[in-house]
Design a protein around this ligand. Structure first.
Ligand SMILES: [Zn+2]
Length: 325
């Protein structure tokens, strides 16, 4: 439950703990972090704290009340969780949710809904949830999460209490000794089995190498990446989901280039320190930030039905010219 986050997420933990203590829980929260998993696990822990009858009786984690158990098993009726259906959250999913929240809670005093990856609401779906957020019922609490706060529709952000979460390691050990592959795995997987299978899959390392090589080709060797992209990159990242993932990795990479430029420790790409340094050496800070912005903008466009070839061509041209659209 929430107490598990006392050390790892002290800021968010203290805000929420205080609100619970003062009985001033809001009606809508938006948690954001670079890690989807940190967001969704924190949201669930918060929801449990709101719904579990033991929350104020002790400070220990409630592992064993029937409500917490039923939430874990997905059969407690006063909580509903929505995850995107592939790339989007569909209007049907939200209609269904709204129906479920028309009635008063049968058990306890509150109903809670969680919408994960709220950046994946399309405009139509966003409008239907806006009304819901605008006319809050006192016993309904909305918890939204995103790993891409800039892509969340502003009218949603403005109706929520926005709380940032750290990108927290899921396993307590020395992150300095971790490979780039493990660090990336931890952003996407929150259980050890999934993480291990990602790390031990040869393809995972190959994909990261392919991304680093693509950037190196473009930045250092100045080869004709437009041709190369079409040959290699799109072959490997051949559907929208994996292409979005590749863009995430490129964004992490340029953030580390920026870290290097500013003499800060690298977050992720320690295994590629000489590559990162070469890229940092030939870019000014504002060039790096412009490239980061361009990557964020292009990543958003992948969600819409866009021609991938064209998107990558434009990305490279825009990064080259330094103008961001
Ligand atoms: Zn409980």
């Amino acid at each position: 439950m929430l107490d598990d986050y006392k050390e790892g997420q002290p800021i968010a933990y203290n805000i929420i703990k205080k609100e619970i203590k003062n009985n001033s829980i809001g009606h809508a929260y938006l948690f954001h972090s670079e890690s989807k998993n940190v967001c969704s696990s924190f949201a669930l822990a918060f929801a449990k704290t709101l719904l579990c009858p033991n929350k104020l009786l002790n400070n220990r984690n409630c592992a064993d009340c029937s409500i917490c158990r039923r939430i874990d098993n997905g059969n407690f009726p006063e909580i509903n969780i929505i995850n995107p259906d592939e790339l989007w959250i569909k209007k049907d999913q939200l209609n269904d949710l709204q129906k479920k929240h028309q009635t008063k809670p049968l058990e306890g005093e509150k109903k809670v809904y969680i919408i994960n990856e709220v950046d994946k609401l399309n405009v139509q779906a966003a409008n239907s949830i806006l009304k819901f957020l605008e006319e809050p019922e006192s016993n309904i609490i909305a918890i939204l999460t995103t790993d891409d706060i800039n892509a969340v529709i502003k009218t949603i952000t403005s109706r929520c209490q926005v709380i940032h979460l750290r990108r927290e390691p899921i396993i307590d050990n020395q992150s300095n000794n971790e490979s780039t592959l493990t660090k990336i795995g931890k952003i996407y997987y929150n259980n050890l089995d999934e993480l291990n299978s990602f790390v031990s899959d040869e393809l995972s390392a190959e994909k990261i190498d392919a991304i680093v090589n693509f950037i190196k080709n473009y930045e250092i060797m100045k080869v004709d990446v437009i041709t190369k992209v079409k040959n290699n990159f799109i072959d490997i990242f051949n559907d929208k989901k994996s292409l979005i993932w590749a863009f995430d990795i490129m964004i992490f990479l340029y953030k580390d280039v920026l870290n290097m430029k500013l003499n800060r420790n690298l977050d992720i790409f320690d295994d590629y320190v000489s590559d990162i340094k070469s890229i940092a050496d030939i870019n000014k800070v504002d060039q790096i930030t412009a490239k980061l912005k361009q990557l964020l903008v292009s990543k958003e466009k992948i969600k819409y039905n866009i021609n991938v070839n064209l998107l990558m061509d434009k990305l490279i041209l825009k990064m080259e010219s330094g103008e961001v659209v």
